[in-house]
Design a protein around this ligand. Structure first.
Ligand SMILES: [Zn+2]
Length: 394
């Protein structure tokens, strides 16, 4: 049966990046079959859903989350009881993210690679959550950044083996930990941890198997090695320089900023752990991250939204707040919403989400206010429709 959504305002995020006013969106079998001006003509047998009280945007896409991580589960759990607990918590995390309006996401590193199973359970419909593309384990050098979530390698051959292993595990995407964290000791901020040979071997192997590569990289050396080797996205990119931005434009590489990570470290982290020096430093990192994002947007680097939800103090249920932070960093609401919809869909290779146009899924969010005028309205979504069906947000 067809459903006819009558609306007054919709940001389509389509190729023309349009807003449509006073429209009828026709949905059948979960897909959009037509969008046309509201001429009041609806066949009598059609179901009409009036969304004229709301402002519609496509369902959001978060290109950087971790469902199995967090203050007490950074290490592999030692008992079957704890493993079961952690897996249930991961499923609950996915539902929280979904209710925040995130309809698709990339999980870029999970303890035990557990997200691969969560992804499959969501695809089978037994757990409610966003569509997930996952890397399972990320890949780092022995003892490297985030090694609790990684296969640890040293040398190009071991890198190739680890990429093959993650693909054998079922990975959709490969995640490399190219640099340390913002506070890691080393010769430069965000020191490079992988060698040029390891980066090249990882990216070549992943691409030969049809998988994109996301690289955690904060420092210039790590970013440069990854971009030269053909990486698909730079994650975080806090210490990015103008020269790197130009390389990214030339090689069509996405930036996935994650402003929520330093933001929640500054707000919640300092409140809960006032003496932790890393949280105090996060203020500087947040400022730097904002400047890099603004500059990337001005120069024309492709941007896809990420949150790093699941990292300490970074809540799944507030993932959409990343859009507000992007606007506070200097992006227009439209540019931030594009990164959170069409940008993510392009990076993740999803041609059925990320925009509202004929042929795509009828998956969208209803907001109470016009997000172009009042971006904070994304913090509290009024309704979520997935494939034309209303999703319960309670
Ligand atoms: Zn991360």
């Amino acid at each position: 049966m067809k459903r006819y959504f009558r609306g007054k305002w919709m940001y389509t995020a389509n190729a023309r990046d349009e807003v449509m006013e006073n429209f009828i969106l026709v949905e059948e079998d979960g897909k959009i079959t037509d969008i046309r001006p509201d001429d009041g003509k609806i066949p009598p047998e059609g179901e009409v859903i009036d969304v004229r009280d709301y402002y519609l945007i496509p369902g959001l896409i978060d290109c950087h989350v971790h469902f199995f991580i967090g203050p007490d589960c950074a290490a592999f759990p030692q008992s079957s009881c704890r493993i079961a607990d952690m897996i249930c918590e991961g499923a609950a995390n996915a539902e929280k993210l979904y209710k925040a309006g995130i309809v698709a996401c990339r999980d870029l590193g999970a303890v035990g690679g557990y997200t691969l199973g969560l992804r499959d359970a969501i695809n089978r419909g037994i757990v409610r959550g966003p569509k997930i593309l996952a890397c399972g384990h990320a890949i780092c050098v022995t003892g490297g950044h985030g090694h609790e979530l990684c296969y640890e390698i040293d040398g190009a051959d071991r890198m190739r083996q680890a990429v093959h292993q993650t693909i054998k595990d079922g990975a959709d995407v490969i995640k490399l930990m190219a640099s340390g964290g913002v506070n890691s000791p080393g010769p430069e901020p965000g020191p490079c941890e992988l060698t040029a040979a390891e980066v090249k071997a990882g990216i070549e192997t992943a691409h030969s198997m049809g998988r994109k590569v996301a690289a955690h990289a904060h420092g210039e050396t790590a970013m440069r090695l990854c971009i030269e080797a053909g990486v698909d996205s730079i994650e975080h990119g806090v210490f990015m320089t103008e020269a790197i931005m130009e390389q990214m434009i030339a090689k069509d590489v996405f930036l996935v900023p994650t402003l929520c990570a330093p933001y929640y470290a500054v707000t919640e982290g300092i409140r809960r752990e006032p003496d932790n020096p890393d949280h105090k430093k996060s203020q500087e990192i947040l400022e730097r991250h904002r400047q890099v994002l603004k500059r990337c947007s001005e120069k024309g680097v492709k941007i896809a939204m990420g949150t790093d939800a699941g990292c300490p103090f970074n809540p799944y249920e507030k993932a959409a707040h990343e859009i507000v932070l992007m606007v506070r960093a200097g992006l227009s609401p439209q540019a931030a919403l594009k990164a959170a919809t069409a940008g993510g869909a392009e990076l993740m290779g999803l041609d059925d989400l990320g925009a509202l146009e004929t042929g795509r899924r009828a998956t969208f969010i209803c907001l109470k206010e016009n997000p172009f005028e009042q971006i904070e309205t994304v913090d509290q979504i009024a309704k979520l429709y997935a494939d034309g069906q209303s999703v319960c947000l309670d």
